[in-house]
Write a protein of this length. Structure first.
Length: 460
């Protein structure tokens, strides 16, 4: 059993390598856009649209990884060795099947997707090529995410962080060589960026699989499928499928919103891409500490220490809000310099500053939203976050985005305001839901009877 002493300091220590890992993962995609920005502005818009599609794929894979982390950490807290092995093996099977099905869909529809998105004709060829190459290696991405999730559950957060660092460095080197044709390589542009991304992910998968075999003491074996562990599979799917539905709905809504933005032309599209990149940096620590808290809650729930759950969530919430708003303030103060890294276009700079102002409201809501939805899911209260997410992201973000941005003529700023309102409304609903205590009725793993005991005062 993994020894876990609940404290804010411990959760912070867990969140740091996750933060670094997420930041590096973010760079793997965004480095492509940054390095290609010096090659072609149209290529930036093409990668932005292609990554919007790939985000859907990654989200589908990631929710299963999150389900693995949640369930595995609870069985680790309960010290149930048989179930630990079952979760690992069933997760790999599910993610492999999902990855292969998704790959087939992208190979068949890689160009038609962008026709549906109404992206400008001058970038559709590059976007299609990038998506086809990156989408062909979804199985590699899925397996990497699964084994990384398993390692995190076993508290090997630093190991996963180092793998992300290696992947990112390899991607940067590969981009430099293949985009610009260095060291005698052909000058491939956006195609080179896609190939470099695939190679770095493959090497990352090899490393995390080796660590899984060496560090966990668990193998990938048919032994765990005889008899087939239906109960474990159902629990993973119970967590993963609804969350997948919510994340899919969110990203589909983002594609619809991107379709609205595409109406305004390449300059506005590029501004959206740059602002989204900066927004991702602003909330990446919130995501990190929310993931660390999910693992912590798993241990607490598995060990039957339910009295500590509310305290842990409140502490995480305060840290998340402070971190997100502080980061967006730094981005706003340095916005001119940051945008100059990508482009000298004054129109992009001016519009970008307006978007960053709206980001203060958006990140406040998103900080609460990320933490509360993840904590509710970690406790087994899966359906409410899904239902709330689907309803409000379409009725507020999309509908009001169309009203503010297109009908009332506020453009990208109006669309961004609608997205901020969506995040804030959902955040309030999740806070109310958690305060009701309904999550206590949704627990999936019961701790041994001798572990169900009151705990001492919170460790600060």
């Amino acid at each position: 059993m993994i020894a876990y002493q609940d404290s804010t300091k411990q959760v912070f220590k867990m969140s740091v390598p996750i933060f670094v890992e997420l930041l590096l993962q973010l760079l793997v995609g965004n480095v492509d856009q940054f390095m290609v920005s010096h090659y072609s502005q149209n290529s930036v818009a093409a990668i932005g649209n292609a990554n919007q599609v790939m985000n859907i794929v990654i989200i589908v894979l990631n929710v299963m990884s999150v389900a693995t982390t949640i369930l595995l950490s609870q069985y680790l807290g309960a010290d149930n060795r048989r179930k630990i092995g079952e979760v690992c093996n069933i997760s790999v099977l599910i993610i492999a099947v999902a990855s292969l099905v998704t790959t087939a869909a992208i190979v068949i529809l890689h160009r038609q997707i962008f026709v549906w998105m109404q992206i400008p004709e001058e970038i559709i060829g590059e976007a299609s090529s990038y998506l086809l190459i990156v989408g062909s290696c979804i199985l590699i991405q899925g397996l990497y995410m699964t084994f990384a999730a398993i390692l995190r559950s076993f508290a090997m957060l630093g190991h996963v962080m180092m793998v992300s660092l290696i992947m990112n460095l390899l991607n940067i080197v590969g981009n430099a060589i293949l985009i610009n044709g260095l060291l005698g390589a052909p000058r491939l542009g956006i195609v080179g960026a896609a190939i470099s991304t695939d190679i770095s992910k493959f090497i990352g998968l090899v490393i995390v699989f080796f660590l899984f075999l060496k560090k966990t003491g668990i193998g990938i074996s048919p032994v765990y499928f005889r008899p087939f562990p239906k109960d474990t599979a159902k629990k993973l799917l119970f967590i993963g499928l609804p969350s997948c539905g919510e994340e899919l709905s969110y990203n589909l809504s983002q594609i619809v919103i991107l379709g609205l933005i595409n109406i305004f032309g390449t300059t506005v599209i590029a501004t959206k891409v740059y602002c989204s990149m900066l927004a991702n940096v602003a909330y990446v620590y919130t995501t990190a500490i929310a993931q660390a808290t999910q693992i912590a809650l798993g241990y607490l729930i598995g060990a039957g220490q339910l009295d500590r759950v509310s305290y842990r969530v409140k502490r995480t919430l305060g840290i998340s809000i402070l971190a997100s708003l502080s980061l967006i303030l730094v981005i706003f103060l340095g916005s001119d310099w940051i945008f100059s890294l990508f482009t000298d276009d004054p129109a992009v700079h001016a519009l970008g500053r307006e978007i960053i102002l709206v980001e203060f409201l958006l990140e406040l809501g998103r900080a609460v939203n990320i933490v509360m939805s993840r904590c509710l899911v970690a406790a087994g209260d899966v359906k409410v976050p899904v239902a709330v997410g689907v309803v409000f992201m379409w009725s507020v973000a999309v509908a009001l985005g169309y009203l503010f941005g297109i009908v009332l003529g506020y453009g990208l700023v109006g669309i961004w305001i609608a997205m901020a309102l969506d995040e804030c409304v959902r955040a309030v609903v999740f806070l109310i839901r958690f305060r009701t205590g309904k999550w206590r009725e949704k627990l999936m793993v019961n701790a041994p009877a001798d572990q169900l005991k009151p705990v001492e005062e919170p460790v600060l």
